[in-house]
Design a protein around this ligand. Structure first.
Ligand SMILES: [Zn+2]
Length: 237
C-alpha cells in the first residue's frame, strides 16, 4: 500500500490511507478498506491486511461507524461492534477508522501505551465524539495534555456545502465548526473540541473531494473508504 501521509509519535505509527497500492477493482480502486460498500470481500480483507503489514502490527481492529458517540475498548482485531471510536492498550494491535469525506482521527498518549481512533461526520462532530474518545482514554489513566491527535484528510470547508438548517445546529454548541451559513468546517470543529481538553492537534492537509488520491463519497457515491490507522510498537524500542 502507499500511505497518503504518516507520522511517528513516540512508539506509535500513524498512517493516513490513500486509495493507492491495494487490490480492489473500480469503482473501489484500489485500497478500499470498507466491507459495506459492495466491493469484493476478499479484496477488502487483503487491503486491510496490507494496512496491518504497513504498520508492522500483529492484528488490526476495524471500526464500524454508527454516527454516534460510543467508544469501545478493544483487545483483539477483526470487525468490532458498531462504534465511532476505538481505544486499545494492546501493543501490536492496530486500530483503523474508516472515512471518505468524514474526519478520521488517531490519538496517541505519548506517556502511556494507549491509542485510539475515531470517525466524525457532521453528526459525530455535533455530538462530540472527540470528547467521548478523549474521556475514554482519560478514564483509563491518560492525561489529556499527553495526548497527540492526528487528523487525516477529509472534505474541506470550501467543498462541504450543507443546508442553513444544518449549520444552525452548530450555533449553540460548536460555532467553531461553522465556516458560513452554508458551509461547515468539520476539521475546525474537531480541532476545537480536542484543544479544549489540552490535546495537541496535528492536521494532515488534504481535501478528499478535491484530491483524486483519496476516496470521496461526495465525488463518487459508489466508492471505497480510506481513513486513518495507528499502532503502538510490539516491543519497547
Ligand atoms: Zn475541498
Amino acid at each position: 500500500m502507499k500511505p497518503f501521509a504518516s507520522r511517528r509519535i513516540g512508539t506509535a505509527h500513524v498512517v493516513a490511507l490513500s486509495r493507492h497500492g491495494g487490490l480492489s477493482a473500480p469503482p473501489y480502486d484500489t485500497l478500499n478498506v470498507a466491507q459495506y460498500v459492495g466491493d469484493n470481500p476478499e479484496n477488502v480483507a487483503g487491503n486491510i491486511d496490507l494496512v496491518r503489514r504497513e504498520l508492522d502490527a500483529n492484528d488490526i481492529a476495524v471500526m464500524n461507524a454508527e454516527h454516534g458517540t460510543r467508544v469501545l475498548v478493544v483487545t483483539v482485531g477483526g470487525d468490532v461492534a458498531p462504534a465511532d471510536g476505538l481505544m486499545t492498550q494492546t501493543p501490536g494491535l492496530a486500530l483503523l477508522a474508516l472515512a471518505a469525506d468524514c474526519v478520521p482521527v488517531a490519538l496517541v498518549d505519548t506517556h502511556a501505551q494507549r491509542i485510539a481512533v475515531f470517525h466524525a461526520g457532521w453528526k459525530g462532530v455535533l455530538a462530540n465524539i472527540a470528547h467521548s474518545t478523549v474521556e475514554q482514554m482519560v478514564a483509563h489513566g491518560s492525561h489529556s495534555q499527553h495526548i497527540t491527535a492526528v487528523i487525516g484528510p477529509s472534505i474541506c470547508h470550501m467543498c462541504y456545502e450543507v443546508s442553513e438548517e444544518r449549520t444552525a445546529l452548530f450555533e449553540a454548541t460548536l460555532p467553531e465548526a461553522i465556516h458560513d451559513s452554508r458551509h461547515l468546517n468539520l476539521v475546525a470543529g474537531v480541532t476545537h473540541s480536542l484543544e479544549e481538553y489540552g490535546v495537541t492537534v496535528d492536521v494532515i492537509p488534504g481535501c478528499t473531494l478535491e484530491n483524486d488520491d483519496l476516496f470521496s463519497y461526495r465525488r463518487n457515491p459508489t466508492t471505497g473508504r480510506g481513513g486513518i490507522a495507528v499502532v503502538m510498537s510490539k516491543v519497547d524500542p
